[in-house]
Design a protein around this ligand. Structure first.
Ligand SMILES: C[S@@+](CC[C@H](N)C(=O)[O-])C[C@H]1O[C@@H](n2cnc3c(N)ncnc32)[C@H](O)[C@@H]1O
Length: 290
């Protein structure tokens, strides 16, 4: 299967981070769209790319083989939380730019067997890292009603019906597939057709965040950033929902060693949203190490 992941906000990423001469850390290299743009834009950049998804990395390895052969790109299967370890192994203490492109890649969404999409029938999986043991199946089928309701409320921001949804899930067990989960949600959520987004969006988001520990990972990594960046080095974070954006915004604001370069987050132009609807909720924030 050929997969295309159209990277979001590429022009804007290049504007802020595209002239990095030195080490560029791509925390979420995915299929390599942003990494390729950076490498093409500036011959003097060396990119270290991390991802926890081996499938994504093997596509990136093939796509970016020429840069690997030229010695300008190194890819590692690693969580960005472990970035410091990977850099130390390369003898690198500090980098000149960092990019995080949070969220799910098109490949992860399109492959039904990964279980990320409510539009495709697959197993309840949702692991970015297939070596991890916790899956969406376990969250849906063995977490208690209180824990489910809490993640649906907090991570899904499904404030009004979180308890009701958790109750329906518990009563409908075992739930084996994404399609079965969508059917349960269809019964649990009133007025489901009056919503802007598909009625399953928020609950799927909540389960995915829980399975991959996404918000804690983001917070843990951000706290390392000031020590990882050279003076004048920049970090750009692309987020896809308000929980992530809030964490980034608050961190940039309170961290005195970083200066925000984007007072308001940068969002995609209409023309980008038209070509790539997945970009519609993207927000980019950039800060510089002072
Ligand atoms: C939106 S995609 C990135 C797409 C990439 N910028 C491109 O242009 O192809 C997000 C990627 O982050 C990866 N990811 C999620 N959590 C991660 C973590 N803790 N450490 C490293 N990568 C992670 C996912 O596996 C996914 O491939």
């Amino acid at each position: 299967m050929s997969v295309i992941h159209v990277p979001v906000l590429v022009e804007e990423v290049l504007e802020y981070l595209g002239n990095t001469e030195g080490v560029f850390l791509d925390c979420t290299v995915g299929l390599g769209g942003h990494a390729e743009a950076i490498l093409n834009n500036c011959d003097r950049s060396f990119v270290v790319g991390l991802d926890v998804d081996e499938d994504a990395l093997s596509i990136a390895r093939e796509r970016l083989a020429r840069f690997i052969n030229e010695g300008r790109l190194k890819l590692f299967k690693s969580s960005y939380v472990e970035a410091r370890k990977v850099l130390n192994q390369l003898g690198i203490n500090r980098v000149d730019a960092i990019l995080m492109d949070l969220g799910v890649s098109s490949m992860q969404l399109e492959k039904a067997e990964r279980g990320f999409s409510f539009n495709r029938d697959g197993p309840l999986d949702m692991r970015m890292d297939k070596e991890q043991t916790l899956t969406a199946y376990e969250v849906v089928n063995s977490w208690d009603e209180e824990a489910l309701s809490r993640i649906i409320f907090e991570y899904g921001e499904e404030k009004r019906y979180s308890r009701r949804i958790a109750k329906y899930i518990v009563q409908s067990r075992p739930i084996e597939t994404t399609k079965q989960l969508v059917e349960v949600l269809a019964k649990a959520i009133p007025n489901k057709h009056g919503r802007k987004r598909h009625f399953a969006t928020k609950v799927f988001q909540a389960i995915r965040i829980a399975v991959n520990n996404e918000l804690d990972n983001l917070k843990r990594f951000l706290s390392d950033v000031p020590d990882l960046l050279n003076t004048g080095g920049r970090i750009g974070v692309i987020s896809f929902h308000s929980l992530e954006d809030r964490i980034v915004k608050e961190f940039f604001k309170k961290e005195s060693r970083l200066k925000q370069l984007t007072k308001k987050p940068i969002t995609p132009k209409e023309s980008e949203i038209e070509l790539n609807p997945r970009s519609r909720s993207a927000k980019l924030r950039v800060a510089e190490r002072v």
